[in-house]
Design a protein around this ligand. Structure first.
Ligand code: HEC
Length: 241
């Protein structure tokens, strides 16, 4: 019986080989399966700042459809990968996923910040993304998502913004544990206490309504709500760089 079944399967293999020998990659037989199982994403790179994110936030490689901030699939990148060359695989990504992102999610799987994004439409089997060396710290997200977009026009070198320099490379030292010029008994960022931090008050409340610049009208509150919530969590957990 054993020999018979061996012979049968040998014939089956030969027969299959003859059937498909005209095909160059020899992989057509599982094409349908590959599609229904989705594709594989492999993310490579060296990430720093993984351990600066507050609890309930995670750095992930994730797939999104357009028009929604909720991930379709995601794979966590553990903090133990800090500063090391990594290769993370996420399998079975469905074909309706349109972008693959290296991003931060809140506990509901909603995107808070994106560090790297790549279109995925039309990918069938595999997508390898190499992000190189990347700072994915909480503060890097604040810098690119908030300061670079909305603040450095006034808060740069010189500028209108009362000497507060929010440009990359200057902003952390200008804010954390530094006294406010406007509310002189408070700090701009008091690690561990968002409520008492003038920076948080400026982006969350109308404290600046009667200042020379009313910041409360400036931000689109709906669009930045997730970001501002995360900033307070970050300050409350020590404002780690
Ligand atoms: C159009 C110019 C302008 C923009 C844009 C702007 N600011 Fe300001 N900001 C000012 C001015 C002017 C002051 C000082 C107000 C005063 O003296 O009454 C100020 C003050 C501040 C202060 C108080 C500083 C202190 O020492 O107490 C903070 C914090 C601040 N801004 C944060 C921000 C942030 C964060 C953004 C981006 C989300 C931003 N600002 C965008 C003009 C601006």
């Amino acid at each position: 019986m054993l020999i018979n079944s061996k012979i049968v399967s040998t014939f089956a293999v030969l027969f299959a080989a003859l059937m498909f020998c005209s095909c160059d990659d020899g992989r057509i037989y599982d094409e349908d399966n590959a599609n229904s199982d989705g594709f594989l994403v492999r993310l490579k790179g060296t990430l720093t700042g993984l351990n600066t994110w507050p609890e309930n936030y995670s750095i992930v490689v994730a797939g999104f459809k357009s028009g929604t901030d909720y991930r379709v699939v995601a794979k966590d990148i553990p903090q133990s990968h800090e500063g090391k060359a990594l290769s993370v695989e996420m399998s079975r990504v469905s074909s309706d996923v349109q972008t693959i992102e290296l991003c931060a999610l809140n506990r509901f799987g909603e995107r808070v910040a994106t560090f790297y994004s790549q279109p995925a439409e039309g990918v069938r089997d595999e997508l390898t993304i190499d992000v190189g060396e990347l700072d994915v710290s909480a503060f890097a997200a604040i810098q690119t998502m908030l300061f670079d977009n909305s603040c450095t026009g006034c808060h740069g070198a010189g500028g209108a913004g009362i000497g507060l320099d929010l440009r990359k490379g200057h902003s952390y030292d200008a804010l954390v544990d530094m006294p406010s010029r406007k509310i002189t008994d408070k700090k701009l960022i008091q690690p561990g206490n968002a409520e008492a931090s003038v920076f948080s008050q400026v982006i969350q409340t109308d404290v600046s309504a009667n200042w020379k610049m009313n910041h409360s009208d400036m931000l689109n509150k709906e669009r930045t709500a997730l970001l501002r919530e995360f900033i307070d969590a970050w300050i409350n957990e020590g404002a780690k760089k």
